[in-house]
Design a protein around this ligand. Structure first.
Ligand SMILES: [Ca+2]
Ligand SMILES: [Ca+2]
Ligand SMILES: [Ca+2]
Ligand SMILES: [Ca+2]
Length: 296
């Protein structure tokens, strides 16, 4: 009996390892096009492994579109290398050469992309599990205009939580009208850079609608993925209007808690706390509480 259980455990472990090994990923999708033209869509593939991948016989599909990746002049993607697909012509990303020009439209109302290898096996997908629209990215002209949908962890699964819009700060490439693209064609995603370098923070309460009085111990967990957690500096901000505007509560803290005397604040039911954590490189992570009240 013991031996059978052990055998079962080993099988499960092996199956999990195989499912996680991605040889090639769909890394970035410019489904909204660019500021120059909404039809100027492009797609970036990425090889996260330490071995070259030959795309001969591979296809990328979405909707009724089937793109034969073997038609590229150079079908080999080196370890850590990118493969850039531009729609209709090479001017879509005007200053970076495409690996392949394709035709076919990515609907702004959402689509699932599938990457299939030479055996027709699905190697990766993008935007699956999203009922309508896209997990990230923007078709808006205001704000971060035409932001692409970037994968956060390039080796991580196609979950809505593993996609984020380009942040408009880390960008490269220009569109057909020579305007900067809010994306990172043939370069590391802004979402990946932030994920690898910026501190994460989780705030432990207060709970939504909680009524506070007297002293509250505000506590949090902060972590710098590429640095020393003891060097993180913490600022706490407070909002009395549900998070529309914040003012400093306390600045330059180290550690993971702060005792806050709420009696210095007017009673109200639209309070929000925000904890900002800054690493020595100036990267900032933040977390906000739900709306709570002060009743002294
Ligand atoms: Ca589109
Ligand atoms: Ca180009
Ligand atoms: Ca990219
Ligand atoms: Ca850092």
């Amino acid at each position: 009996m013991t031996r059978m259980l052990l055998f079962g455990l080993i099988i499960v472990t092996l199956a999990g390892t195989i499912a996680c090994a991605q040889s090639m990923t769909i890394n970035e999708v410019a489904w909204a096009g660019t500021a120059a033209s909404a039809t100027d869509e492009w797609i970036e593939l990425y090889n996260p492994t330490d071995a070259p991948v030959d795309l001969t016989g591979w296809t990328l599909t979405f909707g009724k579109t089937v793109i034969d990746l073997g038609k590229a002049t150079d079908t080999t993607v080196e370890p850590g290398g990118y493969f850039l697909l531009e729609r209709t012509d090479d001017k879509t990303v005007s200053d970076i050469a495409a690996d392949l020009i394709y035709t076919g439209s990515l609907s702004n109302s959402g689509s699932v992309l599938s990457l299939l290898d030479q055996n027709g096996e699905v190697v990766d997908t993008a935007n699956s599990g999203v009922e309508k629209g896209w997990a990230a990215g923007s078709a808006k002209i205001e704000g971060i205009a035409y932001a692409t949908m970037e994968r956060i962890d390039p080796s991580g699964p196609d979950l809505p939580s593993n996609w984020r819009s380009n942040n408009g700060l880390i960008t490269c490439g220009h569109d057909a009208a020579d305007q900067a693209i809010n994306g990172t064609p043939r370069a590391k995603n802004s979402a990946t850079i932030v994920w690898e370098t910026a501190p994460t923070v989780m705030l432990n309460g207060p709970a939504e609608g909680q009524a506070l009085s007297g002293n509250l111990v505000i506590s949090w967990q902060a972590h710098d993925p590429d640095g020393d957690d003891s060097l993180l500096q913490v600022n706490i901000l407070i909002s009395a209007d549900g998070g529309d505007s914040f003012s400093p509560l306390v600045s330059g803290l180290v550690g993971d808690s702060y005792v806050w005397d709420t009696t210095g604040y007017e009673n109200g039911d639209r309070y929000v706390l925000q904890v900002q954590v800054k690493d020595p490189d100036g990267n900032i992570g933040e977390a906000s509480s739900p709306v709570f009240s002060i009743e002294n």
